[in-house]
Structures are given as C-alpha cells and as structure tokens.
Ligand binder design. Structure first.
Ligand SMILES: [Zn+2]
Length: 326
C-alpha cells in the first residue's frame, strides 16, 4: 500500500473490561485486530493511553503506519456526545464523566477520531456489514453482561433527547422482579443478561439444585461463561436449559414491545450470550416475539441473530470513521 494511501480506518470498541481495535480496508474487510484489557481502575489517562496503544498495535499488525489511517471510530459505553467527542458518563468506567475522548486521543494519535455510544456503534456495524445497509428501520439488541440496543430509524442512528436512547435493558418486564444494577427491579437486563442467568444458577445451586455445571466448574461455579451453559444443555442439563429458555422468553417479550412501539423491518440480536447460545435461544425468541406482538405488527419482520459477535463494535467503529472522514 502506498505511503500516501489513506483508505484504511480503525474501529475501536471500548468496554469496561477490554479494548478491541480493528483495522479495516475500504470494503470493510478486517485486516488486523488487537485486544487489550481496559484496566479502568487506573483512571482516565491510563485508559486513553491503552486505547492509543491498542490502535497502534492493530495498525502495526496490518503492516501499516498511522499516517496511512484516515480516521478512528470509537464506541464508548454510557452516554456520549458525538458532536463534541465527549463521553458524558459511563457507569462501567470509574471517573469517566465529561471526558473529551476525541480531543485526548487525537493528541495521542494525530489522526481524526470520532465517538459514539457502544450499542449504537454495534448496530451500525451489523447494519452496514451484515445487512449491507439495507433496512431503513433496524433495532440491534445486544445480550451480554448487560443488555443494550442501538436504533437505526429512517436509515440513521437514533440517539434521543439526552443521547441515551436504546436503554432497552432497563425496560421493566416484571413488576417487583429481581433487582437490577440501575436500582430498579424487574428490568430486562436483570432477567435475561448473562449476569442474570449466572445469578439465578448460583442461587439455585446454593439451595441444593443439581446441575452439570458444578461438575464442570466446581461447586463455586467460578469463571462460568455462556459457552458452559451451552455445553451443559447439550449434555442434557434440564435445569440450565430452563434458565436459558426463560431468558429467551423475556428477550422475545422485550422484542414484542419494541415491535409494537417502532415497527422496524429487522430486529438483530447479537452479543456474547447470543454468540454462545443462538441454537438454544433464537427459535424461542422469535416465537415469543410473535406471540406477544400485537396482531399484524410483526408481520414480515425479520428477527435474526448477528454473526459478527465481538467484531460488531470494531466494525461499527470503522463505519463511523469512514462516514465522518469522507
Ligand atoms: Zn435496570
């Protein structure tokens, strides 16, 4: 690649525990990616330095240099103001209030930087790469440690008045239900996230529930991952199967609410939980969504699983970088 060719962009996914960076060519093919732990406890400056390092490593891995990178697009957790390039607040990143992420990173990298909310970015990645930019109205729902959504309406990202649209994880699905990290009770996230499923399993095991998971991971169920639930189900663990089925049902109900409210063409379900448990969850999600959606509203709406997995964030970051630096 010529020294002055600036066709590459970098997408970054900044999470509470890890930073991912990917270098993409103009066709949105990933040339190289790198991963670094966030070490959020070390404070804002240290995290900025780690993001810059992760970007530099990815660029080097792709046999490029920063001068050949047109722009960097970052998905940050919490609420962001893309216009000013500021992270307004991020509950998973201690100390991150009004952090001028764009300005600080541009100083480190000397490359234009653009930021967006992480779920918006993931939705953008799925929309552009997997669905070729086709649906005018799409909702991306991401099931992981928490649950979030990104909305593309009329072909554009929708962020809302306070830039916090898409907080689907805190839609209340069960009055008086389990306590949520946000302080409320019965939120979708408190019922169907990976954290919620693990809590339920751990509590039941303490009460004497038998499960193959204790055989696989030990009585404390340390380091449980979504993939462990899949393995247990495939080995015939009916208890784990029921926990996952219920999470899928709640997801279907949340999607029915979204369909009634927004009537999107496509609902895409992604995130780490979906990656690991698509075969166990997707059919139940689709069936429940159709059962609960008002008659006629879900007709011809596609409810599909994203295949991008962890790459949705970096891909969306690349889309953001590309769009803003044309
Ligand atoms: Zn909540």
């Amino acid at each position: 690649m010529a020294e002055n060719d600036k066709s590459s962009v970098v997408g970054v996914d900044l999470g509470g525990t890890k930073i991912l960076a990917g270098v993409f060519d103009e066709k949105l093919n990933c040339l190289a990616k790198t991963k670094l732990s966030t070490k959020a406890v070390r404070g804002v400056e240290a995290v900025i330095e780690r993001i810059a390092r992760c970007v530099r490593d990815a660029v080097d891995e792709a046999d490029l240099n920063l001068k050949q990178v047109r722009a960097v697009g970052i998905g940050a957790p919490g609420a962001s103001d893309p216009q000013s390039g500021t992270v307004l607040f991020a509950p998973n990143l201690p100390g991150w209030t009004d952090v001028p992420l764009k300005k600080l990173l541009e100083k480190e990298l000397s490359v234009p930087v653009f930021i967006e909310n992480d779920c918006n970015i993931q939705a953008l990645g799925v929309h552009e790469k997997e669905l070729k930019g086709r649906p005018r109205h799409m909702v991306g729902i991401f099931l992981g440690t928490g649950i979030g959504a990104g909305l593309i309406l009329e072909g554009k990202l929708y962020s809302g008045f306070n830039r916090t649209a898409g907080e689907i994880g805190h839609m209340v699905l069960e009055v008086g239900g389990p306590k949520c990290g946000c302080g409320n009770k019965g939120c979708f996230e408190a019922l169907a996230s990976r954290t919620a499923m693990f809590k339920r399993i751990q509590a039941a095991v303490k009460e004497g529930q038998k499960t193959l998971l204790t055989e696989m991971l030990g009585p404390g169920l340390e380091d449980m991952r979504s993939g462990d639930l899949r393995k247990a189900i495939r080995r015939g663990d009916k208890f784990v199967e029921k926990v996952v089925e219920e999470a899928a049902e709640y997801t279907g109900i949340a999607i029915a609410n979204v369909i009634n409210l927004l009537n999107p063409e496509v609902v895409v379900v992604g995130g780490g939980v979906m990656d690991a448990l698509e075969d166990e969850m997707l059919a139940i999600i689709v069936e429940t969504a159709h059962d609960y959606a008002m008659e006629g509203t879900a007709k011809d709406i596609e409810i599909i699983a994203s295949k991008l997995g962890d790459d949705a964030g970096i891909t969306g970051g690349a889309v953001l970088a590309r769009r803003n630096s044309k």
